[in-house]
Design a protein around this ligand. Sequence first.
Ligand code: C5P
Ligand code: MG
Length: 199
Amino acid sequence: MSKPEFSKEQVNVVFVLGGPGAGKGTQCSKLVQDHDFVHLSAGDLLRAEQARDGSEVGALIKHYITEGLIVPQEITIQLLNNAIKESYGRGKHNFLIDGFPRKMDQAITFEEVVVPSKFVLFFDCPETVMMERLMERGKTSGRDDDNVESIKKRFKTFEETSMPVVEYFEKQGKVVRIVCDKPVDEVYKEVERAINEKL
Ligand code: C5P
Ligand code: MG
């Protein structure tokens, strides 16, 4: 088997997982302000690729996102690998990978091909709270998938496809579970404690 692109000594990767609307992006933005992290959101990278003129996979990405399904791993891993390489070239070493891995194949391939992760932040949030937040965000986000139909599909995908990833890392003792139906700053205190303990 070939070696990963980066070693664990070269880069720190923290996977940030949780259902849609759990607050992954919000907490990552706060960490970027206070700590030396690069925030890479898999969803944001996919939306940027979807919108890029001349993208050969734009229509395919749009379909998967609207249906709340997981985009084939090759696409997402390529986008993440490129983004990490680019930042590493600018002297960055600490990465928050937000909304990834969302499926077992992504977890295994990324750690084999790009770099093994240090630990996983898992934002645990009731669906009722996530639904409320996403519907509120949908008023202004302009996202194709912040509507009731798509949100329900995303919840289903999260339970069936993404929770097994959380359980896989839990068995390795790599998951810090954070309850996050609380005010942003209270959640953030726990997030910072985890980062300070684990990195
Ligand atoms: O994380 P976010 O909510 O921005 O993701 C939006 C959508 O992007 C997901 O519902 C899914 O369709 C796609 N996605 C994916 N694989 C990932 C992350 C996001 O297919 N690892
Ligand atoms: Mg997000």
